[in-house]
Write a protein that binds this ligand. Structure first.
Ligand code: PGA
Length: 231
């Protein structure tokens, strides 16, 4: 089981350090891999506070070039230099608001893996796509740019479930995860309004290998409750 907390644009360095120290001292189940994904400016304090622990620090994005004239971007090698363990790529908010495409997702994933970062690549359909019966085609299209790699994890995040309080039913997650696993032999996380109250039902599905948690990962107690959830 892998539980990753996607902090999005929350928690600056001042808030990150005490949060990560508390996480460091918390009792985490040994069979659960725990990851936090702070904003870029908070990566250094997170790496520092969690040094020597099993908790992984991931970025939320990384560029495909090693360096260059790409204002506002950060490269995989820079993240490595900082002691960051991995990165999210292709989150739906990047796709929706920042022009991320399947092609750029593919390039970012490839560069991150080549630099030695682990990658959680995010895919998922919008509500309109689901209603139009296009979920499978959309997921297949988004998966087509991802390589088979031991350091790759896919997060299935239906866009309509992110930050909305609407969770996919455990059966919907299971069905989408089965499709993803028929294309790539990788662990698959579910993401979209995961909370302590719904985690057990989701984790009970055989193809759900963990969760990418947004809102509920910002509060230490609710994040810990999800990490400690048994299906
Ligand atoms: P949420 O976000 O848990 O707040 O719905 C999940 C995500 O966007 O990764």
């Amino acid at each position: 089981m892998l539980i990753a907390g996607n902090w999005k644009m929350f928690k600056g360095p001042d808030e990150t350090a005490p949060f990560c120290h508390a996480l460091r001292n918390a009792d985490l189940p040994e069979d659960v891999d725990v990851v936090v994904c702070p904003p870029f400016v908070s990566l250094a304090p997170a790496v520092q506070a969690l040094a020597g622990t099993e908790v992984g620090v991931f970025a939320q994005n990384c560029h495909w070039a090693d360096e260059g004239a790409f204002t506002g971007e950060v490269s995989a090698s820079m993240l490595k230099e900082l002691g960051v363990y991995g990165t999210l790529v292709g989150h739906s908010e990047r796709r929706q608001y920042f022009g991320e495409t399947d092609k750029t997702v593919g390039r970012r994933v490839e560069a991150a893996l080549a630099a030695g970062l682990d990658v959680i690549a995010c895919i998922g359909e919008t509500e309109a796509e689901r209603e139009a019966g296009e979920t499978e085609a959309v997921l297949r299209r988004q998966l087509a740019v991802l390589p088979q790699d031991d350091d790759l994890v896919v997060a299935y995040e239906p866009v309509w479930a992110i930050g909305t309080g609407k969770t996919a039913t455990p059966e919907m997650a299971q069905e989408a995860h089965a499709l993803i696993k028929s294309v790539l032999d990788v662990p698959v996380l579910y993401g979209g309004s995961v909370k302590p109250e719904n985690a057990a039902d989701l984790f009970a599905q055989g193809h759900v290998d963990g969760a990418l948690v947004g809102g509920a990962s910002l509060d230490l107690e609710s994040f810990l409750a999800i990490c400690r959830t048994r299906s």
